[in-house]
Design a protein around this ligand. Structure first.
Ligand code: AMP
Length: 396
């Protein structure tokens, strides 16, 4: 599907490889890593490079330091975790492709790992600055992009740098592209898609694209209310995007002509206000209270969605089915996560809040594939060109 080189196309022994990874992991207020999935998922690439005798120069961002050096965005906790996972030394340099980085890189031996400080400490990174990209490139012989979660961003270390070095995709990027690309190209059927979350405007293109490949699209979360409104239902004070109602109507029509089922909630957990402790009632779509606000899918909808999931051979899920940050309104999201974990289908979770729910319930080992890139996964499925992927593909 993608015309690009991979690590396995290169002779790596003794070569300096600039490895862009996405170690943008969540930290707590004590700067401790609360979830190291993104580091663990990159280990196959790093270990492969070590086995091949490459010299590995790791580049990553962490958070949004906005082009300035800020201690709270240092990669120190990440380097420490990587040392533990690799069981070998990992040098963290004091700068970003500066004198300290060059000093350590010059001294590297085969299999050594050096990580430079947060690449976003340099304003050239997010500006996609060619001079900064050249500086990064001058450190290495080969550029490898394994930062799937950042591939939808055109930054110096994800895009521009590929203009100055032989370039390839890492093993994690390969895996992400093959699973997500495979779902679009040739899914085992029935292929059921579950879309939740709040912003119709962010996901409308995705839904439109998925209607072309899926057999059923189940819509929950706040998103569902714009669609229900488009069908003429009263949805009380639920969050809707008025300017997207017409588009939602067009999508419902498109699905009908393509013989794809769009399944909307038939009942709801309804409150009088948006609050974590609000009292609630269960209402059907038909009897939705005029002053009520839909906070989660109801029990009948959970059963209905389960019915589709249990008949599916492939399921893709993105977005919470209710206000899952509030425990009281996380039932729909959690029940669907559990159903997915027990489903016979090949299950794919597209990052973001749905991946978080899976991890909180400790179900990650029961899902076939949890993407490391929420935004990037959605853009890929939408059919939007990812700048990071284009950069390493165009050179063939
Ligand atoms: P998104 O970034 O589009 O995936 O949206 C995620 C957000 O959708 C979360 O913060 C949820 O709280 C929110 N959300 C899901 N369902 C609802 C709902 N019924 N009403 C309001 N917000 C919701």
């Amino acid at each position: 599907m993608f015309n690009k080189q991979t690590l396995k196309d290169f002779e790596l022994k003794g070569k300096k490889v600039l490895l862009r990874v996405d170690f943008n992991v969540p930290l707590n207020s004590n700067l401790q890593i609360t979830n190291d999935k993104r580091i663990r998922e990159t280990l196959p690439t790093i270990n492969y490079l070590i086995e091949q005798g490459a010299k590995i120069i790791i580049v990553s961002h962490l958070g949004r330091p906005e082009g300035k050096v800020k201690a709270e965005f240092s990669l120190k906790p990440v380097a420490e975790r990587l040392r533990e996972l690799l069981k070998k030394p990992v040098i963290l340099t004091d700068d970003v492709a500066g004198p300290d980085t060059f000093k350590y890189v010059r001294a590297m031996k085969e299999g050594d790992v050096v990580m430079m400080e947060n690449v976003r400490f340099d304003p050239g990174e997010e500006a996609n600055d060619p001079e900064f990209a050249k500086k990064l490139a001058s450190l290495a012989d080969i550029y490898c992009n394994d930062a799937f979660g950042t591939m939808h961003r055109a930054h110096a270390s994800t895009t521009k740098v590929a203009e100055y070095l032989p370039s390839c995709a890492g093993l994690l990027v390969e895996k992400e592209l093959s699973v997500l690309g495979g779902a679009l190209e040739n899914p085992a059927r029935p292929f059921v898609v579950i879309i939740g979350g709040a912003k119709v405007k962010d996901k409308i293109a995705l839904i439109s694209r998925l209607i072309e490949v899926a057999d059923a699209v189940l819509i929950g979360g706040a998103m569902a209310y714009t669609f229900l409104r488009a069908q003429g239902h009263n949805v009380g004070k639920s969050i809707i995007e008025k300017d997207k109602i017409t588009l939602a109507r067009l999508l419902l029509e498109k699905a009908k002509t393509q013989n794809v089922k769009i399944v909307l909630p038939v009942d709801h957990i309804v409150t009088g206000e948006f609050s974590f402790s609000a009292d609630y009632v269960v209402s059907t779509t038909k009897k939705f209270p005029r002053t009520g606000m839909g906070m989660d899918i109801g029990p009948k909808t959970i059963k209905l969605f389960e019915h589709y999931i249990n008949k599916a051979k492939t399921v893709f899920w993105n977005g919470p089915l209710g206000v899952s940050e509030f425990q009281r309104f996380a039932t729909g999201t959690n029940e669907i996560a559990k159903t997915l974990a027990n489903a016979k289908a090949y299950t794919i979770v597209g990052g973001g809040d749905s991946a978080k729910a899976i991890e909180q319930l400790n179900l990650q080992n029961k899902i076939d594939f949890v993407s490391t890139g929420g935004g990037a996964a959605l853009k890929l499925l939408e059919g939007v060109a990812l700048p990071g992927l284009q950069a390493i593909s165009e050179k063939l």
